[in-house]
Design a protein around this ligand. Structure first.
Ligand SMILES: Cc1cc2nc3c(=O)[nH]c(=O)nc-3n(C[C@H](O)[C@H](O)[C@H](O)COP(=O)(O)O)c2cc1C
Length: 298
């Protein structure tokens, strides 16, 4: 499809959608325009978007590469002056101390020439339910006012929505869009990068039509009691996540190439307080693999 046709379609879809969602039509049209202009043909001549990311163990780096290729963007990997420790437990201790003191770690390359860019794809691993500390360092060193900021992340079990909400709070003058996220288990699985490529393409399709979180939930039916089949899919999808202490209360499902489930659950992660949360699980068609946890989010 030519750039101009793609752009026209994206914009006309935004106009159709904005008749229904008038409160946000201006902003969504601006986002769509900026994202469309970041597309292949234009970006090949003048790259106006950049993928800024931090990755400790490589999962977010894989995703950053997928996004860079999909949007023909520049890339900018944030590097710590003093890298995180090599073990999980000592990284937990270090990140906890940084969060308590709000002393964010020094970066080798905190400052980016943001004037060159309209759109910043901002990528991070989830740590303690939100973005990793080096992202705070980056945000303090750069002014993202007026930029389109597209968050993306990798995680063990979730944190996509919570991290993008925090980003909106810290960057009130940026246009922070919907966020994309994928678990490290899924992107690191065989064929995981291909999975991420397909999901990232769908994600950009949603962004260009101005979709909101609420609209993306629209395909699910009402919540209902679990059947034996739902319980089996839940058990299979959460078998590696016993530490979350999940108990499904009800479910809704959506037929795709396979089945998407949205379970409303009680959760007491690491034996902490019990809270209610949503758990998304995807069960492929028979013979195409096990049910997978997509993410846990409120
Ligand atoms: C210190 C630390 C804290 C983490 N906290 C969370 C968390 O709160 N929720 C979660 O789902 N995953 C958490 N994770 C898992 C990472 O988000 C996940 O492994 C991510 O894919 C790592 O990305 P990377 O390979 O790009 O570094 C944590 C990992 C570390 C090291």
């Amino acid at each position: 499809m030519s750039h101009s046709l793609k752009f026209t379609l994206a914009v006309s879809t935004v106009f159709a959608a904005s008749a229904m969602f008038s409160a946000c039509n201006k902003q969504e049209a601006a986002l769509s325009k900026s994202l469309s202009e970041g597309g292949a043909e234009v970006a090949a001549q003048t790259s106006k978007s950049v993928v800024v990311y931090f990755s400790q163990t490589g999962a977010t780096k894989k995703l950053a590469q997928v996004i860079k290729e999909a949007r023909h963007a520049d890339d900018f990997e944030l590097l710590l002056v003093k890298p995180f420790p090599s073990t999980y437990d000592s990284t937990i201790a270090e990140v906890r101390a940084e969060r308590e003191s709000k002393q964010w770690p020094a970066l080798v390359n905190a400052k980016l020439n943001v004037d060159k860019y309209d759109t910043v794809f901002l990528g991070y691993p989830i740590m303690f339910g939100t973005f990793t500390p080096p992202i705070y360092t980056f945000l303090e060193a750069n002014d993202l006012s007026g930029k389109v900021v597209v968050p993306f992340c990798t995680y063990g079990s979730g944190g996509r929505k919570a991290s993008s909400e925090e980003l909106k709070t810290l960057e009130p003058n940026a246009n922070v869009t919907l966020a994309y996220g994928i678990s490290n288990k899924r992107i690191n699985a065989e064929g995981g990068v291909e999975t991420a490529k397909a999901e990232v393409a769908a994600f950009f399709g949603n962004l260009e039509t101005g979709a909101t979180e609420e609209m993306l939930m629209g395909g699910f039916s009402e919540q209902r009691p679990l059947t034996a089949e739902d319980s089996a899919a839940f058990a299979e999808g959460t078998k590696d996540y016993a530490y979350l202490g999940l108990k499904p209360l009800s479910v809704s499902s959506q037929v795709v190439a396979g089945m998407n489930y949205l379970f409303v659950c009680e959760m007491n992660a690491f034996g902490g307080p019990t809270v209610q949360t949503n758990v998304k699980i995807f069960k492929p068609l028979p013979g195409r693999g096990e049910a997978q946890l997509i993410g846990v989010e409120k």
